[in-house]
Design a protein around this ligand. Structure first.
Ligand code: AMP
Length: 423
């Protein structure tokens, strides 16, 4: 029979890498705590309508990238391509308006998009998603951006570029759309096929196209700033002023529109030169009308999502620390087959006292067990042989210093702890 492999664009995160994921997730937990964001766990699939109405019918995500299926009850469901729409759905469903605004939530988990797989772009990828729901205050936009930057700071990421723009609101965006259509109308013969189709449906998306010819045309396209209404302009200035006050370095990128339709006012991205074509580590912004689009009340909100897979790629390329790879503190060595069951009892008692202990189940020689201890990175070898059995002792060898002592069995955990404390 043919071997079954994982589907294209999805991957296994194996022990070699999973501990790095845990490291980043631990930092996300800590930063979330420091900024007052509470964790939620949201469903992996939702009603398709949540995304088609929330993200926008004419976006690439909804048009081409969703994993949509009909369940046995004939419902159209979709594996979530992002978390913001679910977060808003959850807020509305659980009537979180009662809580003090903004309600600050975050979640982590896999997202699914049918994209062409390449380095840093997968069909199943993880996002860390932070949302502040229920406030139109530009200071909250600043907090969200600062939160993402603080996470990257703590992870040791460097050389990141922060790009900011405003995408206006339903009042002023039509004015800008009109100006863009007038501009692109004169360049239709140079634009790629997708952009020609975007021209009448969603001309802002042309600004986002990666095709070099389209990029050359967008170079001179009008920026949105001159079309912004008073409210959007004031908001944008407050956000950029706030970021400057916090000492953030950023660029205003007039072509930044983001791939999802729900953004209003602030849009931002954090880019890394280390990622090649898929250079966005993080993207977010304000989405004041998403709630109404999915049948909820007015709910001005702002948030961001950052790709865990990409954060780890950049950290690896930049040689950032992931802390210490998990290793057993103690490797239990049985000198003869007769003491193996005793070795398991000792291992269990050390584990019950909270120590990380590993032992051999292959009946390997003492030499091979020592080798395994060093391969796994254990700090100590606890050796039990016939003579230790008789005396009720264990020999404890510090594999770093080479020093060996014999201790009574019931003193073993205490002795290990003492040695750990002393250096
Ligand atoms: P978006 O939801 O498109 O704004 O994406 C937010 C972040 O998620 C991006 O900046 C990436 O870091 C990450 N991301 C988006 N799509 C993918 C993908 N297909 N594979 C890996 N990471 C992704």
């Amino acid at each position: 029979m043919t071997e079954i492999k994982a589907p294209r664009g999805v991957r296994d995160i194996l022990p070699d890498e999973s501990w790095k994921w845990a490291y980043v997730l631990n930092h996300a937990h800590a930063v979330a705590g420091d900024f007052g964001y509470a964790e939620v766990h949201l469903p992996i699939f939702e009603h398709t309508e949540l995304f088609s109405r929330g993200i926008g019918e004419t976006t690439d995500v909804v048009e081409k990238e969703m994993y949509t299926f009909t369940d046995r009850g004939d419902r159209s469901l979709t594996l979530r391509p992002e978390a913001t729409a679910s977060m808003v759905r959850s807020y509305i469903e659980h009537d979180m308006a009662e809580a003090g605004q903004p309600v600050k939530l975050w979640c982590a988990g896999p997202m699914f998009r049918y994209e062409r797989p390449q380095k840093g772009r997968y069909r199943q990828f993880w996002q860390l998603d932070f949302e502040a729901l229920g406030s139109s205050n530009p200071m909250v936009d600043v907090e969200i951006i600062e939160l993402s930057l603080e996470l990257f700071r703590r992870l040791g990421l460097t050389n990141l570029e922060v790009m900011v723009n405003s995408v206006g609101c339903p009042k002023c965006r039509p004015v800008y759309k009109g100006r863009l259509m007038a501009y692109f109308g004169a360049h239709l013969d140079t634009l790629c096929e997708s952009c020609v189709s975007r021209y009448s449906r969603n001309p802002l998306r042309i600004l986002d196209c990666k095709n070099p010819q389209c990029r050359a045309v967008t170079e001179d396209a009008p920026g949105i700033y001159d079309s912004l209404c008073e409210d959007c302009r004031t908001h944008f200035t407050s956000v950029t002023d706030g970021m400057t006050r916090l000492g953030a370095t950023f660029h205003v990128d007039k072509r930044l529109v983001r791939g999802l339709d729900y953004y209003t006012k602030t849009a931002y991205e954090v880019l890394s030169g280390q990622l090649g074509a898929q250079n966005a580590v993080c993207g977010g912004g304000r989405y004041d009308n998403l709630s109404e689009a999915v049948g909820g009340p007015a709910l001005p909100s702002v948030g961001f999502a950052t790709g865990l897979d990409r954060i780890i790629l950049v950290m690896e390329e930049q040689g950032c620390s992931f802390g210490k790879r998990p290793a057993p503190l103690v490797y239990m060595i049985a000198q003869t087959p007769a003491v193996r069951t005793e070795a398991q009892i000792l291992t269990a008692s050390l584990r019950r006292s909270g120590l990380a202990v590993e032992m051999d189940y292959l009946g390997r020689s003492v030499k091979a067990q020592f080798k395994a201890a060093s391969t796994l990175g254990a700090r100590f070898a606890a050796i039990i042989g016939e003579s230790e059995m008789e005396k009720g002792t264990v020999s404890l060898k510090d594999l770093e210093s080479g020093e060996q002592v014999e201790v009574l069995r019931h003193d073993l955990a205490g002795k290990i702890r003492k040695l750990c404390e002393s250096n």
